[in-house]
Ligand binder design. Sequence first.
Ligand code: IDC
Length: 307
Amino acid sequence: MKNYLEAHGALHVAGTKLVDAAGKPVQLRGVSTLGLAWYPEFVNEAAFRTLRDDWGANTVRLAMYTCEEGGYMTGGDKAALEALIDKGVKLCAALGMYAIVDWHILSDGDPNIHADAAEDFFRRTCARYADQPHVLYEICNEPNGQDVTWPVVKRYAQRIIPVIRAHAPRAVILCGTPTWSQDVDLAAMDPLEDGNLMYTLHFYAATHKDYLRDKAEKAIAAGAPVFISECSICDASGDGTIDYESGAAWRALIGRHGLSYIAWSLSNRDESAALVRAECDRTADWAEEELTDTGRWFRAALREDRG
Ligand code: IDC
């Protein structure tokens, strides 16, 4: 049997949908690492294989913080971080999965602050994976801050997109939106010109409810391709209690539109969003009891969506 990547090949955007090489809609489903600098041990072959075979995931997102502790711009070991990305990208290729390279801005709310470094990073990264159909590029995780409006994010995207396109003319690019990647409706009203680009929407079900689901509906109705490159069912701190009811409403929306979604995060950090329990030090082959409530919820969702 062909693996997922062989079956679908290079992806592109058609209208609001992500489609495969044959033009058939696809749904990328998977998990995101936590900061690569913090939990490098989860980037391993057995882990990705477990996610693929036991969970039904077809995608892994590689989250490289720019400005948190040990971030790319804040004293992190750049070569080590890029080596981890390379390891993850290669594992995905070997396992027939898609990989998302995530320039994970967060406390540096305005992506323009480190746009020079982002340009340099994407120039080299895209040159390395130019001919690899399984790599997607997420250019700014979560723009945020009062002054970081959509035109500000757009200005950054207009700098980075040509850098990516020079090497990867058809790769799918994921672009963050203001207010921690919530304002997809604003992007929809003033879209970027690139034809293979999607706008990211992030949700944490206990915090983000009908208001954000309405924004998603509005953006899609306006013709914008939306990609959920990060989500969880706890609150936006990554901790707190799980809201199953809101989680179910998000699942319904995802199902209605066939949206791609990526669960935060592949780690055993002692917080609700972690997929693996803090007491468990296994980095692959987790038994169901070794997963957190969040981990079990996403595993069930992914298994169901695998069909
Ligand atoms: C959180 C991590 C947490 C870490 C923190 C750093 O879960 O362990 O200490 O970042 O500030 C996001 C961000 C994502 C956050 C996550 C939960 O993209 O980096 O991770 N979150 O707060 N957006 C909304 C929630």
